[in-house]
Design a protein around this ligand. Structure first.
Ligand code: UDX
Length: 427
């Protein structure tokens, strides 16, 4: 049955959750604390790029509204979905201040039946929220954890056709309510206690990150032994016990989730006195990938001092405008520190970016960035990069040196064009 839902947070997760719940027939009021963001949404503008999201919001305007005011969002809400961000603090712990501020605002919500947390939180947070709800006179309001497993760039599809829906709770009514909100989605529903649901989210991300670092380590060994990681990755992925996803070698993972969640899990482990060896190693291998990329380039060019480097791809992966924890940012900073000038290109990255990007030059066309460059780094797997006229690019560059950080191009073809071509884990 259609419900009235307040979604707290109009970021990637909140907006996708709100739009998809509206698409499923529910009435959704989204509350965000940023006036500019709310105004734009009220005016029909979608402030983030996510394939299919703007269209979905547009076709559900009757069931979707946006407000700055928590009381307005909660006036008729039966469910409060917490989708605010939980950025890392200096210690690596997740900053839960936004979650707590939503929980504080729930007092006096007349129709509220359940609070559902989608934000990624440390294990044990749900238990603390339950206690605070009880202390606030909200004992009658149910609590559930409903972590998200949506990847940016395909978040709408991941929400509507997920591999599974995880619901953590101890209150059967709240669990049923959350399950019913997803009516129309065909996926297994995994019901568990709150702590296990919170851990499932962190463990799923840790498993994916570890796989990427694993294949990156194999790539390093391939480079030393003359093997080709692309062939190895494909062949091991055909083993159904291993599977083919997240075995793409490259300059490593970034984004709004993996770096933050790996630090949060590390911190969680350390708070319990446990030393997470595999997780630490996965993080270390990920950092090493960027250092190795710069090292490889330095060896090819002699020195980076005074060179012009074209950095193609700035976002942490294609199909998103998200720059959070992008491997490119680390590369840009290292290149600048080594005395190189950095000219960058990206089809979706925002124009206004903080350090180190303000010290780089931005070019609307990849070929412009390549004109006169001493080397090029492919840092994001944008499909456009496969289609670039590399023959022309070769002629434009001062020195045709390429580090393909995403193994996008064919080594033999690039060498035939005259490039000094290096990639990750390929001979
Ligand atoms: C991830 C999880 O996939 C998602 O389930 C979770 O909810 C949030 O975190 P996201 O951060 O959007 O999603 O991106 P994802 O597509 O998983 O890629 C993460 C990073 O890993 C990117 O930087 C990507 O380039 C890198 N990656 C991914 C690889 O280097 N190799 C791979 O094989 C896959």
């Amino acid at each position: 049955m259609p419900r009235t839902i307040a979604v707290f947070g109009a970021g990637y997760i909140g907006l996708v959750t709100a739009a998809c719940l509206a698409e499923l027939g529910h009435a959704v009021v989204v509350r965000d604390i940023q006036p500019d963001r709310v105004q734009r949404l009220q005016a029909g503008e979608v402030p983030i790029f996510e394939p299919g999201l703007a269209e979905m919001i547009a076709r559900n305007t009757e069931r979707l509204s946006f407000t700055l005011d928590a009381a307005t969002a909660l006036a008729a809400a039966e469910v409060a979905y917490v989708c605010v961000d939980t950025p890392p603090t200096v210690s690596g712990d997740a900053d839960l201040s936004r979650v707590w501020s939503v929980v504080d605002s729930l007092r006096g919500a007349p129709a509220l039946l359940a609070v559902v947390v989608k934000s990624t939180v440390p294990v044990g947070t749900g238990k603390r929220i339950r206690t605070v709800l009880n202390e606030s006179g909200l004992e009658h309001v149910g609590y559930a954890s409903n972590p998200e497993f949506t990847a940016e760039g395909r978040a709408v599809a991941d929400f509507m056709t997920p591999d599974r829906i995880v619901i953590g709770g101890s209150d059967q009514d709240a669990i049923r309510l959350v399950a019913d909100l997803h009516h129309g989605i065909n996926a297994p529903i995994e019901i568990m206690d709150v702590a296990s649901a919170e851990m499932t989210k962190l463990a799923a991300n840790a498993a994916l990150m570890t796989r990427i670092s694993f294949i990156n380590e194999i790539a390093a060994l391939c480079e030393l032994t003359g093997a080709d990681v692309e062939l190895v990755s494909k062949a091991i992925g055909l083993d159904h016990r291993i599977g083919s996803h997240f075995l793409q070698a490259g300059i490593g993972w970034g984004g709004s989730c993996f770096p933050k969640d790996s630090e949060a899990l590390k911190q969680l482990a350390s708070n319990t006195g446990y030393h997470p060896q595999l997780l630490n190693a996965a993080i270390e291998v990920n950092n090493l990938q960027k250092r190795r990329a710069i090292q490889t380039l330095k060896q090819a060019l002699g020195s980076l001092e005074g060179t012009e480097i074209a950095l193609l791809g700035m976002t942490f992966k294609p199909s998103t405008d998200d720059m959070r924890e992008s491997p490119s940012t680390v590369l840009a900073a290292r290149l600048l520190a080594e005395g190189a000038r950095v000219r960058c290109w990206d089809p979706l990255a925002p124009q206004e970016l903080p350090e180190p990007w303000s010290q780089t030059t931005r070019h609307p066309r990849a070929l412009d960035a390549l004109d006169g460059a001493d080397a090029v780094i492919l840092a994001t797997a944008w499909p456009e990069l496969r289609e670039l006229p590399w023959h022309d690019a070769h002629d434009l560059m001062r020195r045709p040196v390429m580090f393909d950080g995403r193994n996008l191009l064919d080594p033999a073809k690039m060498r035939a064009l005259g490039f000094t071509y290096m990639s990750v884990g390929r001979p």
